[in-house]
Design a protein around this ligand. Structure first.
Ligand code: GSH
Length: 227
């Protein structure tokens, strides 16, 4: 019996949810251990970067979401279909799309997240610069995205889980920042795709867990303020 899998991080984290969708879709049983970024101390209980997620199997750890999902592919049962396309070129394209999402869409949004989600003051001009970066990132993604019906073609892949976690978080942050219609205006073709993703059971599950964790955090913060 192989050692069981433990996923460390938080259901409110995008990269954690990317890995969690992969675990669910690949049918791998796992246990979730709640850890916030920087809370654990490397090497005993945190990651080398202080970031989440990370994965433990027995006494071995894997860090970085993309390394983790590729590891999950390597250990999946033979009967579980891969979440990568079958041909080498299609697999390369799938990895390329994940990089576009992470480098050109998620990365520019990170400074904004500090303000909209964590209450830091928004530096002057940051929102406007980020919207320009986002326009570029969306153009890059859409030049190579299939969307018929999934990002890399006929099957749901790791690129789709990355697309959901990043695009849904971007949409949420933009709404808080007063730009609710930005994604729809810049990339109307994404709307039916995002709707398809939202209906996928693995995505519905991580979303329900994310909402529940957010609700709990809010209640804890309110209690701490009141007490
Ligand atoms: N490249 C990392 C990124 C992980 C990441 O940025 N995680 C966020 C939470 S979604 C985090 O831990 N942020 C805390 C920090 O940047 O210090 C991965 O793919 O695992």
């Amino acid at each position: 019996m192989p050692d069981s899998l433990h996923l460390y991080g938080s259901p409110i984290s995008t990269y954690y949810n990317k890995v969690k969708i992969a675990l669910i879709e690949l049918g791998l049983p796992f246990e979730e251990i709640e850890v916030l970024p920087g809370a654990g101390q490397w090497p005993d209980s945190g990651s080398p970067s202080g970031k989440i997620p990370f994965l433990r199997r027995g006494s071995e750890y894997v860090y970085e979401s993309q390394a983790i999902v590729e590891y999950l592919e390597d250990i999946r049962e033979d009967e579980a279909p891969s979440l990568f396309p079958s041909g080498p070129l299609q697999r390369a394209r799938c990895r390329e799309l994940i990089l576009y999402l992470e480098l050109y869409l998620d990365a520019p949004m990170r400074p904004i997240y500090q303000s909209v989600f964590w209450g830091k003051e928004m530096p002057e001009g940051l929102l406007e610069r980020t919207l320009e970066d986002l326009k570029k990132g969306l153009r890059i993604l859409l030049r190579r995205a299939g969307l018929n019906p999934w990002l890399c073609g006929g099957n749901f892949t790791h690129a789709d889980s990355a697309a959901w976690v990043h695009l849904s978080t971007i949409q949420w942050a933009l709404a808080i920042a007063g730009h609710k219609t930005f994604l729809q205006e810049q990339a109307p073709e994404l709307a039916p795709y995002l709707q398809r993703l939202a209906e996928r059971p693995s995505v519905a599950r991580i979303e329900a867990d994310r909402r529940e964790t957010s609700r709990r955090f809010k209640a804890e913060r309110a209690a701490a303020k009141g007490g």
